[in-house]
Design a protein around this ligand. Structure first.
Ligand code: GLY
Ligand code: MN
Ligand code: MN
Length: 460
């Protein structure tokens, strides 16, 4: 546990966040940290990750703990370790000590929580065992899949209001995650010429993250099959003509995330067709970032990416027609089927445990359009928001060979000519962009993304 790292400023920040929450709601709140899930017996567990809402207000990744907030007062509930635990885990901080570090007014045992649940709001933890405890203490059914209602919904909305924009302490953590992720990608590029398998590049990249005492903020994607959007297999051989897509991000000890994708040639040299498509994706990436500033609709940034990609593909002869008209009929989604990005913070898709509550402005709903249904953020941008910008180009067989798509887009794609680009299965370029009063700051800008520099980094 990282108790020694809690600085005075962090304790002050935590207090400030809790104060702001108490200004938005006037009912008691209990937030659980969650517990680890056993693999085969309780002492052999899957890696523990505390609930992000708990981390936001309590700061420490405590196991089996809860905080109760009412009228600005904070109670910490957790059990001290059994005496026998010292044999296996060494001496660990006591409840009272932790309470002092996080600025709690009082420390209680977990069993005392059963008298404090009535009338409290909460957020379901993504862990079945904990939701059972939550239901018992709150004396009502609560489950990770339930739609929030009543006070729970009011609490969720208040938390979204706070977590949508980042304070200085959060930004310091997010910058650390970004810097380590940048270093991991550079090592991934430099490792590639010596590697035979995707797994070796993944190991080198995650090695940098682990060496900084961080973890990955999501399961790494390191693949020569970038068209499989969330590919989590690493067993392909690297062949000289392949592009390698690496979507790898670090998470700090306090839980703050980065999310970066780069795509580079295994041989260190893009083919002409790979370079042509890469430059189309990069043009979309650069145009989107240049347009980020407070007040801009993120949906318009998505549509800008769609338009720039479509224009580029018209210029290359893959599409035929007017780019705006092509975007209107969602032709771009044949090759760019996902959204331009999402919120980033304590989670890589920040607050998606709350469905679209964080991502979508009140009153807005997901579109069912082919080209918009995976848009995860649909709000006007505000200073202090952190978003990803991640355009891509993919040749997904399930999309391109779909008979309905073939029929609908028969005349707008030069299907025969498309086969010239068979060595481009998947390209994505992803950066983390902070919305500032002046416009934007790319937190991951230290990682180059232009073709020439990428080639030189792979060859280094
Ligand atoms: N790493 C997952 C994503 O980019 O959304
Ligand atoms: Mn992302
Ligand atoms: Mn990503």
């Amino acid at each position: 546990m990282v108790i020694q790292n809690i600085s005075g400023t962090l304790a002050e920040t935590l207090r400030h966040r809790r104060q702001k929450l108490s200004q938005l709601i006037d009912f008691p709140v209990i937030i659980w940290s969650g517990s680890s899930s056993p693999r085969n017996f309780s002492a052999n567990s899957y890696p523990f990750r505390a609930s992000s809402h708990f981390l936001y207000f309590a700061g420490l990744p405590l196991h089996n703990a809860a905080i109760r907030l009412e009228a600005g007062k904070l109670e910490l509930f957790m059990d001290d370790p059994q005496p026998s635990s010292a044999l296996w885990h060494g001496e660990t901080p006591k409840r009272e000590e932790i309470a002092e570090k996080i600025g709690a007014d009082i420390a209680r045992t977990m069993s005392e929580l059963k008298y404090r649940g009535s009338g409290a709001a909460s957020i379901p933890v993504q862990n079945y065992q904990t939701t059972l405890v939550q239901s018992k203490i709150l004396q009502r059914q609560i489950s990770a899949s339930s739609d929030l209602e009543g006070l729970d919904m009011e609490l969720a909305k208040a938390i979204v209001t706070l977590r949508l924009t980042h304070d200085a302490e959060a930004l310091a953590e997010l910058r650390k995650a970004a810097a380590v992720s940048v270093a991991a990608h550079k090592v991934g590029m430099a490792t590639t010429p010596k590697a035979k398998l995707e797994a070796e590049v993944r190991a080198a990249m995650e090695g940098v993250i682990i060496a900084h005492n961080m973890t990955t903020s999501y399961n790494s994607i390191v693949t020569v099959h970038g068209e499989v959007l969330h590919n989590e297999k690493y067993d392909h051989l690297l062949q000289p003509g392949d592009l390698l897509l690496a979507d790898v991000g670090a998470e700090t000890e306090m839980g703050w995330a980065a999310d970066i994708t780069r795509t580079w040639p295994v041989s260190g040299k893009f083919s002409t067709t790979q370079r042509d498509i890469y430059d189309v994706v990069l043009a979309a990436h650069d145009a989107c970032i240049a347009n980020i500033r407070p007040g801009v609709e993120y949906r318009d940034i998505h549509l800008l990416a769609a338009t720039v990609i479509t224009e580029g593909l018209v210029d290359l002869g893959i599409f035929q027609g007017n780019p705006e008209n092509l975007v209107e009929i969602d032709a771009h989604a044949l090759f760019f089927p996902h959204g331009i990005g999402h919120l980033l913070g304590l989670d890589v898709h920040d607050m998606e445990d709350l469905g679209d509550l964080a991502g979508y402005e009140a009153g807005r709903k997901r579109s069912d359009r082919f080209g918009l249904s995976y848009l995860r953020l649909n709000r006007p941008l505000r200073t202090g928001m952190l978003v990803t910008i991640e355009p891509g180009f993919y040749q997904v067989p399930a999309i391109l060979n779909n008979t309905d798509n073939r029929k609908k887009y028969q005349d707008v794609v030069n299907w025969e000519y498309l086969s010239h680009f068979n060595d481009v299965r998947g390209i994505r370029i992803e950066d983390d962009v902070l919305v500032t009063a002046e416009g934007r700051e790319v937190l991951t800008a230290a990682l180059p993304n232009d073709v020439d520099t990428i080639e030189s980094l792979v060859h280094k």
